[in-house]
Design a protein around this ligand. Structure first.
Ligand SMILES: OC[C@H]1O[C@H](O[C@H]2O[C@H](CO)[C@@H](O)[C@H](O)[C@H]2O)[C@H](O)[C@@H](O)[C@@H]1O
Ligand SMILES: [Ca+2]
Length: 565
């Protein structure tokens, strides 16, 4: 065991299942806190905010790319996989971030775009100028732009083809995303080895896991759509094998924006595991749809379509992140309904999705924001929060692309929202100026100062969730209700010999009106008493026939401890 391994396990303790009950928080280094007055956030600024994240109740910090990059795609265009972006700080400062986070019991999940590099990466520069050289075969080159025609274009707002002509090599190169992001050639064993070495590099430094960005797109083949190719799964399993052997306890998270039956393949099997976690993309838009249709059916249906996952794995769930609210995994009818509810202004749209933040999507309705968080925190999976959503930050649709949702974190009502001491004109993006979401109104300092703020509410919810491992580890069973505005489900954790067995009944009213409904629970719950998880208030006892009738206010929810008679 190396010094780094030892330090890692001492700081936060070895727990191979930590991610199954964790709460994750995504913070952009660039957007969180600027310690140097440069106008851009940095590692030292982020370190300075770890106490805040610990207070909030975060278990793991997900940091999107911070590597050397021309920043034409928010850092997902890497020009050196083992260097950090100088404006964010130095490698020792990054190491300090890990140390300081671990000291506070917070793990670090890094982001790892493996499918492609920046066109400024030396591998690509060498590949285009020296086709016969050591990097000549590192990218996907072709004499024409007709191959792999079954692969869809993902960034439809900017790209017209997945091929771009390179005037230096005088060939076309393949790219699933921006034309400045050439895809690596994973058929080349040297590429596969180089990427494994990069994962090793960061895990040696002590990070706790890696989000595998855009993972479905690694391999392409004629006649195949270039998504979820069997060779891609073989390679993910290879990465996992290396991690298990060399860095036990560290995790891999798949960012696979795919249908439920396809995304589960990224968990692999018990015999040949792939990722510990996968984002559940399809459930997210159904939460938003349920709210507007005022019916629980979209959520119930998508979860029914979700196959079981292997033991010891976990879904990653989210409401918002640094990208657009993606609508790739919904039907055309659902997509146009979502646009009509949530993106009436065309500037709110990006590619196949909506570039808005949580609070404005929900018209700043406190009841809707609370209900969506309650669902996120009680449905199966480990939740991922997006920085600023805990205080109800707004977006700026007049900025380009997904920058709309990447503006500086609002800490105080002061200049630059307390994010930076720089001249406001020097900020990497302007702070939000809109009437409702201006930092005069929406900031951490003010919300910390009053106990009924959204911030305090989110914090209280995270702490309740932490006290009840059933939300991370328990089974999930939808219950029959005679009112389709109500979503009722039972989370249940069997006695694992650790005195943690627990049953919780969650009832959610997705309608804008008060609703009553009779929930039909399994007969074994007949006569059970129900007690509110927050205040301990007693609720009606479950009847002898297993049914219980409850009334909920508009967008209300209950988390009820079930004590079997
Ligand atoms: O590196 C390219 C992109 O990779 C991720 O993309 C994902 O987001 C896309 C929407 O913005 C989505 O359509 C795609 O399926 C995903 O792989 C990353 O999160 C993006 O920020 C990045 O541009
Ligand atoms: Ca590829």
């Amino acid at each position: 065991m190396t010094a780094n391994h030892l330090q890692h396990s001492q700081g936060i303790g070895y727990d191979p299942e930590w991610f199954r009950t964790a709460v994750f928080y995504e913070a952009l280094v660039r957007g969180f806190a600027d310690s140097k007055g440069s106008g851009s956030g940095d590692f030292t600024g982020l370190i300075g905010k770890l106490d805040y994240l610990q207070w909030l109740g975060i278990d793991c910090l997900w940091i999107p790319p911070f590597y050397a990059s021309p920043l034409r795609d928010g850092g997902y265009d890497i020009s050196d996989y083992t260097a950090v972006l100088p404006e964010f700080g130095t490698l020792p400062e990054f190491r300090e971030l890990i140390t300081q986070a671990h000291a506070r019991g917070i793990r670090i999940l890094i982001d790892f775009p493996v499918n492609h590099t920046s066109d400024q990466h030396p591998w690509f520069q060498a590949s285009r100028s020296d086709p016969e050289g050591p990097y000549g075969d590192f990218f996907v080159w072709s004499d024409d732009d007709t191959k792999y025609g079954d692969a869809r274009i993902i960034f439809v707002d900017t790209e017209v083809s997945n091929w771009t002509f390179d005037p230096v090599r005088r060939q076309f190169f393949w790219h699933r995303f921006f034309s400045h992001q050439p895809d690596l050639n994973f058929e080349n064993p040297q590429v596969r080895e180089a990427i494994l070495d990069v994962v090793r590099f960061w895990m040696e430094l002590g990070v706790d896991g890696a989000r595998l960005d855009a993972i479905p797109y690694l391999f392409e083949e004629e006649g195949h759509n270039g998504e979820n190719h069997p060779k891609t799964h073989d390679y993910v399993a290879e990465i996992r094998k290396m991690v298990d052997e060399e860095f036990p306890g560290r995790i891999l998270l798949a960012e696979a924006n795919q249908m439920p039956h396809e995304v589960v393949d990224y968990f692999g099997t018990e015999e040949r595991p792939e990722c510990h976690m996968c984002f559940h993309f399809p459930v997210m838009p159904r939460l938003f749809r349920s709210l507007r249709e005022e019916k629980a059916t979209p959520i119930i249906d998508v979860l029914a379509e979700t196959p079981p996952i292997p033991p010891g794995t976990q879904w990653g769930t989210f409401l918002r992140n640094h990208d657009e609210l993606t609508l790739e995994m919904v039907t055309p009818e659902e997509r146009s309904a979502m646009y009509s509810w949530y993106a009436l202004d065309p500037r709110m749209r990006a590619n196949v999705g909506i570039r808005r933040r949580l609070a404005p999507l929900l018209d700043n309705s406190r009841a809707e924001i609370e209900l969506m968080h309650a669902l996120l925190l009680s449905l199966p999976g480990s939740p991922y929060l997006y920085y600023g959503d805990e205080i109800g930050m707004g977006e700026n649709i007049w900025l380009e692309d997904r920058d709309a949702v990447r503006t500086p974190m609002q800490w105080t009502p002061d200049r630059n929202a307390g994010f930076s001491t720089a001249d406001p004109g020097k900020l990497y993006l302007p702070v939000i100026q809109s009437l409702v979401y201006h930092h005069n109104n929406v900031n951490v300092e003010a919300q910390m100062a009053h106990s009924s703020s959204l911030l305090h509410w989110v914090r209280a919810m995270l702490h309740i969730r932490k006290e009840h491992p059933v939300f991370g580890l328990g089974t999930f069973e939808v219950q029959e209700v005679d009112n389709d505005a109500l979503l009722a489900f039972v989370r249940e954790l069997d006695d694992r010999g650790e005195d943690v067995d627990e049953v919780v009944l969650c009832v959610n009213n997705v309608s804008s009106r008060p609703q009553a409904g009779t929930i039909r629970l399994p007969q074994r719950f007949a006569g059970a008493s129900l007690k509110d998880l927050f205040g301990g208030t007693g609720f009606p006892t479950v009847g002898d026939d297993g049914s219980v009738t409850l009334t909920l206010g508009s967008r209300d929810f209950f988390w009820l401890a079930v004590a079997v008679a």
